[in-house]
Ligand binder design. Sequence first.
Ligand code: APR
Ligand code: PHB
Length: 392
Amino acid sequence: MSPRTHVGIVGAGPAGLVLSQLLDRAGIESIVLEDRSREHVEKRVRAGVLEQGTVDLLEAIGVGERMRREGIVHHGLELRFRRRGHRVPLSELTGGRAITIYGQQEVVKDLIDARLAAGQVLLFDVDDVSVHDFDSDHPRIRFTHAGEPQEIGCDVIAGCDGFHGVCRPAIEKHLKVHNHEYPFAWLGILAQVPPSTDELIYANHDRGFALHSLRSPELSRLYIQCDPRDDISAWPDERIWEEMHIRFETDDGWTLNEGPLIEKGITPMRSFVVEPMQRGRLYLAGDAAHIVPATGAKGLNLALHDVRLLAEALTGWYRNGDTSLLDGYSAACLRRVWRVQHFSWWMTSMLHRIGAPDDFEAQLQYAQLEYVCSSVAAATTLAENYVGLEKV
Ligand code: APR
Ligand code: PHB
């Protein structure tokens, strides 16, 4: 007989780790299988904006202590265009809700520590993962660990293995796939330099989008729009900083601090959704099921919304034999997925340039930006989506 657990989780990113933590608190066993090393997943630089709901969830599941201590709470952001900055007062417009800047890799570190401290099974460096019999009541996961072929039986498989994982492909022929690729990418840098701003700056410039974010009082995180065909080798540090200075230029004397780059990379931009997010006893969550353009800072937050619904559904099933939330899992996730997809597409379309500075699309962008910066109603639309809608 293969060893068994209640829930087999593929992937130790935010989705898989939070799901395991939520299930454990409900008395439901799980095993997490991760194909990279612990060091790799803890060093993987990703986004860093936590919605209010995400902060509340991480605190509720007992992994919020360092986030509260080291995270930076922001109550506003700046939209910058035509050499002028306009502050959007996020908290003022949303009854006090805010965002917290705390790197995704920090969230992952806190979750891994919690899972291991709880004695939960979390295997790194797992190879050759494959999922089987999820159309039956006895799904199985096969994998190799420490050179040994293994198989585990479970009641349910959670596909939390991201966009490049194996779980979605296992059912993709049964799914409707929505894939919209944008004609630009993001070049991101992590720089050892104090941030030049207290709040995030989203800039729409004739030469393209730029974003000034941060990680700590000593670390800045910045992005510029680039051609998706660019190779990072074509972007020496000097060229990156030169472009950053141009795109953030203003008439009010603001200046950008430069510093040594710790990391730089180019990430393509797409909107991607599969429907449904489940088949039989296999449930997809997070990037395995959807990808949003990073402009709205939604990827991590949306992943955690999925697993919160999945954990609630599994708890109802294990405790009362009630399958209604499991049967409705995909529909419940997709309501928020499509709301967040639209917001991320809207922010992306408003801020990224693909044509000439004076063409039709640019004029529409300016009109939208001017409206958001002059109308409380329009600014509230951005603010309530950005900090995270309480109900969708
Ligand atoms: N077997 C085991 N693990 C796998 C496999 C596999 N075949 N394929 C991928 N993985 C692991 C990856 O190494 C990664 O650690 O699954 C994990 C998936 O994590 P994420 O890609 O971070 O996805 P998710 O947990 O849904 O979180 C979404 O992460 O990528 C960012 O921008 C995204 O912020 C969003 C968040
Ligand atoms: C980040 O800090 O990495 C970040 C912030 C806002 C975004 C995307 C990324 O929209």
